[in-house]
Design a protein around this ligand. Structure first.
Ligand SMILES: Cc1ncc(COP(=O)(O)O)c(C=O)c1O
Length: 383
């Protein structure tokens, strides 16, 4: 098979004879939220009038502090980035009170989730994660040819006891999103600590637990906790966080992992040398110090969730109380409702691929965006 310019390409269907492992051929690529420009093209809409609440992005945009830092860093783009991310790690070290050799930077926290699977999983090993968990855990497990131990959810959230019980002799890795995406469910610190304690007592360092805290900064103050205490206590733990959500830097792609030096060293061995670009490092270093922006992100999200949930109540729609910057709502015929929303220029996320065919996930937007969505939804569900 050839492309129009005659360069050879793989025929994936025919790849079965080409030593491509079945577990790769069986992978379904991650489906990201529909871009605004794509919807504008499909439905001949004005992109300026489209509201996108599909990818749990920060509706405030990026912080001014990060914008200035990125502008300053443009001058050095002819050079490779700092492979060790010295400035960002120094800022994170000061922020968390851990040494730099407890930190790994990633091209988004997605990168770190992948690196954990790359370092720890092999064909035949198993990975434990929950039904309705973040889709990347499935992909990261599949890409290594490892076995999936998918534990049925309890009330749409992680059943931690069942997950600990599911660990078998081949288990090397567990993923837990807290809060979880797409369900928005959350386990308080005491429950998480009891779980981590049990897994470490049962399996020691043989089983690594990745606690994915991409939405941590949206927790109400009384639920916040210092997960670095767990990292100090459990040598089998990796905690991942991101600058994509509350810090407003999704497009820059930067996240980080906290873990003791043994696991940090493993992640570093398998990462690309320049996995976090210079603009991302500069923007994230500035954003980390910007507590005003973080507070604003929290407030806009808290008020926005209240607004969305109030509307769902009025429309008689079931939803899951969410600890993230999004809400999962049950609309019945989700593909039809989604199409009706798209026609009105509103993009949300269908989650049928996550086993939730009657639900849509809606990211919290600005008041004007939430209002547009609520009006469009009322129209779409005929209320
Ligand atoms: C639970 C969870 N973890 C990790 C990520 C990855 O985010 P990023 O790679 O932008 O840090 C996301 C993104 O939506 C998420 O929902």
């Amino acid at each position: 098979m050839t492309t129009p310019d005659s360069s050879p390409v793989f025929d994936v269907a025919g790849g079965r004879g080409c030593d491509v492992p079945d577990y790769i051929l069986n992978m379904a690529p991650y489906r990201a939220g529909k871009p605004i420009e794509e919807l504008a093209r499909e439905f001949e809409l004005d992109p300026a009038g489209i509201v996108k609440l599909a990818s749990n992005e920060n509706p405030l945009g990026l912080p001014q502090s990060a914008r200035h830092a990125v502008a300053d860093a443009l001058a050095s783009l002819a050079r490779y980035p700092d492979s060790n991310g010295y400035d960002l790690k120094a800022a994170l070290s000061a922020h968390y009170g851990v040494a730099a050799n407890w930190l790994t930077l990633g091209n988004g926290s997605n990168d770190l989730l992948e690196l954990a699977s790359l370092a720890l999983l092999v064909p035949g090993a198993s990975c434990v994660y929950s039904q309705y968990a973040f889709a990347v855990y499935r992909l990261a497990t599949q890409a290594r040819g490892a076995r999936h131990l998918v534990v049925p959810a309890r009330d749409y959230g992680h059943d931690l006891d069942a997950m600990a019980t599911a660990v078998d002799d081949d288990t090397r890795l567990m993923y837990i999103a807290n809060p979880n995406n797409p369900t928005g469910t959350f386990h308080p610190a005491a429950r998480m600590e009891a779980f981590l304690d049990r897994v470490y007592r049962d399996s020691g360092e043989r089983v690594t637990v990745v606690v994915d805290e991409a939405y941590n900064e949206y927790l109400d103050p009384e639920l916040r906790f210092d997960s670095t205490q767990w990292v100090r206590r459990f040598p089998n733990l990796i905690v991942t966080r991101t600058f994509s959500k509350a810090y407003g830097l999704a497009g820059l792609r930067v996240g980080y992992a906290l873990a003791q030096p043994r696991l940090t060293d493993l992640l570093n061995r398998v990462r690309q040398p320049f996995n976090v670009n210079s603009l991302a490092q500069a923007g994230a270093t500035a954003a980390l110090q910007d507590s005003d922006f973080l507070e604003q992100s929290y407030e806009v999200t808290r008020a926005g969730k209240k607004m969305l949930c109030g509307a769902f109540d009025r429309l008689g729609l079931t939803y899951l109380p969410s600890y993230g910057n999004f809400v999962l709502v049950r609309v019945g015929d989700a593909p039809a409702v989604n199409l009706a929303l798209l026609r009105q220029g509103v993009i949300v996320r269908p989650v049928g691929g996550d086993g939730l065919p009657e639900w849509l996930r809606v990211s919290v937007g600005l008041v004007s965006e939430n209002t547009r969505f609520i009006e469009a939804l009322a129209h779409a569900v005929g209320r």
